[in-house]
Write a protein that binds this ligand. Structure first.
Ligand code: HEC
Ligand code: HEC
Ligand code: HEC
Length: 104
């Protein structure tokens, strides 16, 4: 009986894991900013060689669930959240490229 339960749990995990394999093929929209909607593309980041764990770690975006972290420009400019890379070194600098993220 225990084995059956375990099997069900494992297969549910695999099914939802596959359906949610986000950032690679999916996009997330962040619509709260007056500067315009930000569309985060998993594909662009995966194609640029960014690994899941570079974002999904305890300091950055711990949960693989949208809405658990409030993204603020002050944090981005301070080199946190998206600003961990969007600092003009690893990727384009946030301060000079509002419109690369925000679209009206
Ligand atoms: C460049 C950063 C970044 C990378 C790389 C990244 N993610 Fe994410 N991911 C995010 C952010 C930001 C969120 C939203 C988190 C929040 O709002 O708290 C998110 C959310 C998710 C979600 C939830 C989506 C939803 O609809 O709620 C899943 C699942 C996920 N990521 C899986 C992955 C997987 C698997 C990988 C690697 C293939 C990956 N992520 C790579 C930044 C990233
Ligand atoms: C771990 C590093 C990393 C993090 C964190 C990260 N990005 Fe990126 N991002 C990149 C790289 C690398 C590229 C591709 C190179 C470039 O465009 O400068 C990129 C490209 C992009 C692009 C494509 C721009 C274009 O016009 O081609 C957008 C939009 C973007 N990121 C938004 C975000 C947002 C929003 C977040 C936070 C939720 C985020 N990124 C977090 C590394 C990162
Ligand atoms: C790397 C992508 C990226 C760049 C570049 C960027 N932003 Fe943002 N910005 C975001 C994300 C993601 C949010 C969160 C939106 C949400 O929660 O719906 C946000 C939120 C905001 C907000 C509302 C929250 C807050 O912190 O006040 C304002 C205002 C804002 N951005 C202005 C700007 C301006 C001005 C620039 C250029 C100087 C800029 N952004 C550049 C990704 C970016």
């Amino acid at each position: 009986m225990k084995k059956v339960v375990l099997l069900i749990v494992v297969s549910l995990f695999l099914v939802s894991g596959a359906a949610l394999a986000v950032p690679s093929g999916k996009t997330l929209d962040f619509t709260k900013s007056p500067m315009g909607k930000v569309t985060f593309s998993g594909k662009i980041h995966a194609d640029a060689g960014v690994k899941c764990m570079e974002c999904h770690n305890p300091e950055t975006f711990p949960k693989m669930k949208q809405g658990t972290v409030e993204i603020k420009m002050a944090k981005i400019y301070a080199g946190e959240q998206c600003g961990k890379c969007h600092n003009g070194k690893r990727a384009f600098e946030a301060k000079k490229n509002c419109n690369k993220c925000h679209k009206r």
